[in-house]
Design a protein around this ligand. Structure first.
Ligand SMILES: [Zn+2]
Length: 489
């Protein structure tokens, strides 16, 4: 008995020691002051140029009938005149009439090219919300230190910041060692098929292999965790896949006064119920761990003890992350029934019922594994399962040990010294997926500062970008383009 107690006591002490050692190795960095942006860029003039770009109504809508061709052509002409050095020295190709591909030829063909992408289309203004805008969405008003309007954040701000950076580098006589591509699709907000997909295909036909690609993506988020004092620059190194399945059930029709067993609605409801109650389980592994490893050292001691010892607290962390829809979505494949249709008249038995279930596939799963899960969860031969068009497997997870990620991380830290850089998973889709064949190193990041309320402005009302942040964005792209133009350290 005494021996057992001593053994338990010893194990307990050992456990405490392991926890402490692992926690102490998890050092906390002190936040530095925000860097003052050097350079000779006239931010007022740059803000004016962004304001003009916002004024073109380059709206992507689901139906192509109301496509405003003129707006896109005006945008092209404006970019030519506002950035004369780019116009003169880079080669410009127009893809499918409205998308743009610029090539800045490097001196050293041995080095793989790099690519910077964003999109020039924007989402429409939701009808009825026009009056809620502080300034009209397509005026590009500069007021209170902000540039206001649709696209300021998503993502004319990104397109113009990249253009400003390249124009500035050209002005200073900079010549890249490797080739740099700038790709600006015109239909990202619908599916990117005519824009980014076509650009990606063209480069693939030319046998282009990229060192890395940086697309728009996750921002620098402020105040995401109550106990984390630093903003977090989230770099999405992967994005989820997409799948929609149609489930259907058939049953005898006829008059509702003489029902014949279960109706098609009842059969299908049961299937949907079974599926939604059988979620695809997520894990605290791979990318989630990487995110936590990056953020953890900045957290208070108690968090650090937990996060430094995932081997012990993994289950607890998972339960905590599962409680919030956003973190849950980042850890697993989501299942959502979005359409349910049946019946035509109150006294007629419906012969058919159909439902659409939408899945966002985590990189741990695939289209096939999700379909297998659905078949098993429903386990009912009366239910037809059909895959709809548009499914795509999750992206590869880009390796954060690559030199390109290190250069990106270092540049973010240079321009935004107080931030913590953390890799993450993008739960939505961007144009980046259309370039997957060109490189394994794809990063989705926009150097845009956003707190929770700002995130509602994206695709929402009162979209705006602060002049100071825009200045930081231009500085960031200038530094990164310059650094990535030579062999990566
Ligand atoms: Zn976007």
């Amino acid at each position: 008995m005494i021996i057992t107690l001593a053994a338990v006591g010893f194990l307990f002490l050992l456990l405490i020691a392991v926890l402490l050692i692992r926690t102490l190795r998890y050092t906390r960095h002190h936040g530095e002051k925000n860097q003052v942006i050097p350079g000779d860029l006239d931010i007022d003039e740059a803000a004016e140029r962004l304001s003009v770009a916002i004024s073109f109504e380059t709206i992507s809508t689901q139906g192509s009938n109301d496509f405003n061709e003129d707006a896109f052509l005006k945008m092209h002409r404006f970019l030519d005149s506002a950035f004369p050095n780019i116009h003169r020295k880079l080669s410009k190709e127009i893809i499918n009439e409205y998308s743009l591909l610029y090539t800045w030829h490097g001196k050293n063909p041995e080095l793989k090219p790099v690519m910077y992408t964003c999109h020039i289309d924007v989402v429409p203004i939701e009808p009825g919300t026009e009056k809620d805008w502080k300034h009209p969405p397509f005026e590009g008003k500069i007021s209170d230190g902000f540039i206001w309007g649709r696209g300021a954040m998503d993502v004319q701000g990104g397109v113009l910041a990249i253009m400003e950076a390249v124009e500035h580098l050209l002005e200073t006589g900079f010549e890249p060692e490797r080739t740099i591509y700038l790709g600006f699709g015109h239909d990202e907000e619908v599916d990117g098929h005519l824009g980014a997909f076509a650009i990606g295909k063209l480069l693939q036909e030319r046998n282009v292999e990229l060192e890395f690609l940086l697309d728009e993506g996750t921002p620098i988020v402020h105040d995401i965790l109550p106990d984390l004092p630093n903003p977090v620059a989230l770099v999405a190194v992967a994005e989820k896949g997409y799948l929609s399945l149609e489930l259907s059930a058939m049953a005898e029709g006829g008059h509702s006064s003489v029902p014949q067993g279960l109706t098609s609605i009842a059969i299908l409801s049961e299937a949907v119920h079974k599926l939604e109650n059988n979620p695809i389980k997520g894990k605290v592994d791979g990318l989630v761990k990487r995110t936590m490893e990056a953020i953890g050292p900045q957290m208070p001691l108690l968090y650090r003890i937990v996060m430094a010892n995932l081997w012990l607290f993994g289950g607890f962390i998972k339960r905590e992350l599962d409680r919030m829809p956003a973190t849950k979505a980042a850890m697993s494949t989501t299942i959502a029934t979005t359409i349910f249709e049946s019946g035509i008249k109150e006294n007629v038995l419906p012969t058919q019922a159909r439902a659409i279930v939408n899945f966002r596939i985590h990189p741990n799963d695939s289209i096939e594994s999700v379909k297998e899960h659905v078949r098993k969860a429903i386990n009912d031969p009366r239910i037809g399962i059909r895959e709809l068009n548009g499914s795509i497997n999750p992206s590869l997870v880009s390796d954060v040990e690559q030199p390109s990620y290190r250069v990106l991380r270092k540049t973010i830290k240079n321009v935004f010294p107080e931030v913590v850089v953390a890799p993450t998973l993008m739960v939505g889709a961007t144009d980046a997926r259309h370039y997957a064949a060109l490189t394994n190193n794809i990063y989705r990041f926009l150097p845009l500062r956003a707190d929770e309320s700002d995130l509602d402005r994206v695709h929402g009302t009162n979209e705006r970008l602060s002049k100071h942040n825009y200045h930081e964005m231009i500085f960031f792209y200038t530094k990164l383009i310059k650094r990535s133009a030579r062999p990566l350290e």
